[in-house]
Design a protein around this ligand. Structure first.
Ligand SMILES: [Zn+2]
Length: 278
């Protein structure tokens, strides 16, 4: 081989090694995610216009997302920007103040019905309700509407609240935001066994990881055993969570990659697709 031939060969070799490394890195770090917990609240609309928000998600290889917002028009804005990607969720309250009493607001039913006419919402949520506050006539009316319109419920609640919701709506899809936070894992087992429509969304779930950011043995087992019942979430509930989206996505992929391949596909993407087909 001549000198210039050798240089050409080396260049080509280096180029293919780089391509291979890049491909491997992308495959490892950028597993496609379908996200169950994105917010696009009013405080983001100006600083992060809809097109930029969609691009930020796609840059993280998040290809579909459940989106809710305060006020709920935020979900509509993002949905209109990319109806293939965004799965709009109807938030049952329109301000942070309202968040504390919506569950007993006599106007809840008419609010929900009015908004359901405006957009093809696929669920009600993410809503916040705790303890016995979940046990109201208004929430029963909301569940009737969810049943009638075939909507999922996405609830940020505690153990008592989830027990009340499951009792009232054992036939519906109910997604537990944050996997109940710090709720004892034995209840997750119990609900997964008892209610086929019960799903666990994992943003900010506590005690999943050990000090080295590895899944605990208990969680590796739980996620593997019930891999068809878990969903991922980035939970962009405040501006800094949007700013930190790349880190949150990469931390999520880090623990996800510790699972068997079919569990990764279920949790990262397929469960959400089964629940919310296009
Ligand atoms: Zn949230």
């Amino acid at each position: 081989m001549t000198d210039s031939g050798r240089v050409k060969f080396l260049k080509r070799l280096i180029f293919s090694i780089m391509l291979f490394a890049l491909g491997t890195a992308l495959a490892d770090e950028k597993i496609e995610i379908h996200d169950a917990h994105i917010h696009y609240d009013q405080d983001m609309w100006r600083s992060l216009p809809a097109a930029d928000a969609i691009k930020m998600l796609k840059d993280q290889n998040i290809q579909r997302a459940l989106v809710s917002a305060t006020p709920t028009e935020g979900a509509a804005i993002l949905y209109r920007q990319d109806p293939d990607m965004v799965i709009p969720m109807l938030r049952p309250y329109d301000s942070w103040r309202h968040r504390y009493f919506w569950h007993k607001d006599p106007a809840l039913k008419s609010y929900l019905l009015a908004h359901l006419k405006k957009l093809p919402y696929r669920g009600i949520g993410e809503f916040h309700v705790f303890g016995k506050n979940a046990d109201t006539q208004q929430i029963e009316q909301m569940i009737d509407i969810a049943r009638q319109y075939q909507l999922a419920l996405h609830a940020h609640t505690d153990l008592e609240g989830m027990q009340i919701l499951l009792n009232k709506a054992p036939d519906l899809v109910i997604i537990w935001a944050h996997g109940g936070g710090d709720v004892d894992e034995k209840y997750l087992h119990e609900f997964l066994n008892q209610y086929p429509g019960f799903y666990i969304e994992l943003s900010l779930r506590e005690r999943m990881l050990d000090g080295n950011e590895e899944l605990t043995a208990q969680w590796r087992k739980l996620l593997t055993q019930y891999s068809q019942r878990f969903l991922l979430g980035m939970d962009t509930y405040k501006p800094t969570r949007w700013a930190e989206l790349p880190e949150t996505a990469s931390e999520t992929r880090h623990w996800l990659s510790q699972l068997p391949e079919d569990a990764i596909a279920d949790i990262a993407r397929d469960n959400l697709e089964r629940l919310f087909p296009k």
